[in-house]
Design a protein around this ligand. Sequence first.
Ligand SMILES: [Zn+2]
Length: 197
Amino acid sequence: MLKLTDSELGEISNFKTSGVFTDIKSNEIQCRRTNIVVSCGDGDQIGNILKHHHKLHENGHGSCIHGITVNGGALWLSGSFKPLRAPQTFICPVLHDQISESLTIKGAGPIVLYAHAPCGAVRARDMTIGDTLHHLRLAKLNVKKSDNGRKVLCFIHIDWGEQKGKKSYFVDWQRLGRETLSEFSLPVEAHPEIMAI
Ligand SMILES: [Zn+2]
C-alpha cells in the first residue's frame, strides 16, 4: 500500500491549514438525492471512500451512491490527465458519457468528483498534490460546462497512514487563491474561468 511522502504530507498540511481542505458537512452533499461519485478505483482506498460517503448520507437521512471508477478517477475529466500507454485517450469523453448515463438511470443528483492521496495514478505521472487539485478543478469546470445547472462537489480522500487513519475532505476552491494556483503545472492565465467556480 502506498504511503504519503514527506513532500505530499507538507502540501496536504498546508491545504488543511489554509482551509482548502475542510471537514464535509452532510448538508453539502444533498443527502436526499442520488450522489454520482466519480473516483479512482484504488482497491486499498475505494472501500473507505464509499464507506465514508455513505456515512455522510446516514447522517443526513440516507440516500443512494452511484459510483463510477477508473484509475485516477475524476482527474481524467480535466481533459489533460496524461495517458501512460495509449497515444490518444478516450477516457475523458467516456467518463462524461457515463456521468450523463448515470443521471438518466438514477435521477438528478449532485456529481461528486473525488481525488485521493496517495494515488498510484498520480504518482505514475509525477504529479504533486497541487497538480492533483488543479486537474480536479479543471474537471469540475468541464462537468459544469456540459451540465451547467448541476451541482458539482469536489472531495479529496487522504490516507494518513496506520496511526491517523483515512478521511475525506471537502475542497473549498474559494480558499485556493490565484497565487497558489500559479505555482501548479497548468497556468491560470490559460483557464481564467476556473477562478469563477
Ligand atoms: Zn488512485
